[in-house]
Ligand binder design. Structure first.
Ligand code: ADP
Ligand code: NI
Length: 203
């Protein structure tokens, strides 16, 4: 895989996700690709496979496309068309197979897959993660917060986002996750203070 092919993959992903507005937009793919490349460098993994898989990790996701099997076929044809060798296509496919958190927290088999999963999870926490959670919540008609309601976006922090820092596959990602986790905890602390108006003048 060469840099030109990576730019072709980027353009393919742009065309698929530029109109997405639920937190899985093109900029998410760009951050995951870039973080995967950085983690691969630190973990001595294949940087180009990690970057390509970062770009493509959501392309066949059943929550984003109507027909995942058709998307997968289209992806294979596209990768063939731009001249990606078969062993690289297999490496990319393996790296994106088990990334999603919803599929029972599977750990991807290859190091590149573990890296892409870490990069995807890192994008769900910290300041960007907070923004994405509320974008997702709003797009799905969820309330921000409500006492006793377990379907709110704030609830999602306790059910998933605060657990992610302990689920990182690589040490490099765990280090980044720690800082982002602390930022989310600070955010939640301030959120609850403002929501309950404790320690604030009511004048
Ligand atoms: P995946 O694990 O496949 O990346 P998710 O849909 O679980 O997919 O997560 C993608 C993004 O959507 C994350 O930023 C996550 O926080 C957000 N998200 C998922 N479910 C919810 C929810 N119920 N409320 C708010 N945000 C959510
Ligand atoms: Ni993703």
């Amino acid at each position: 895989m060469n840099p030109v092919q990576l730019r072709q993959i980027e353009a393919f992903v742009y065309q698929k996700f530029c109109k997405e507005g639920t937190g899985h937009d093109f900029s998410h793919m760009k951050r995951v690709a870039s973080m995967a490349c950085q983690l691969a460098d630190r973990e001595n993994a294949d940087k180009r496979v990690s970057e390509a898989a970062g770009w493509l990790h959501d392309i066949t996701d059943d929550k984003l496309v109507d027909d995942p099997a058709a998307s997968k076929l289209e992806l294979i044809q596209f990768l063939k068309k731009i001249g990606i060798r078969e062993e690289e296509r297999i490496a990319i496919d393996e790296a994106i197979a088990d990334v999603s958190y919803r599929n029972g927290h599977k750990q991807p088999k290859t190091l590149e897959g573990q890296i892409v999963q870490d990069a995807d999870r890192l994008d769900a926490i910290g300041a960007v993660g907070i923004a994405r959670a509320f974008a997702f919540g709003g797009a799905h008609g969820r309330l921000i917060h409500e006492e006793g309601n377990d379907q709110t976006t704030i609830q999602h922090f306790y059910e998933k986002l605060l657990l992610l820092k302990d689920l990182m596959n690589t040490d490099s990602a765990a280090m980044i996750a720690k800082e982002r986790h602390e930022f989310m905890k600070d955010f939640l602390r301030q959120f609850h203070l403002e929501w309950e108006r404790k320690g604030e003048s009511r004048a």
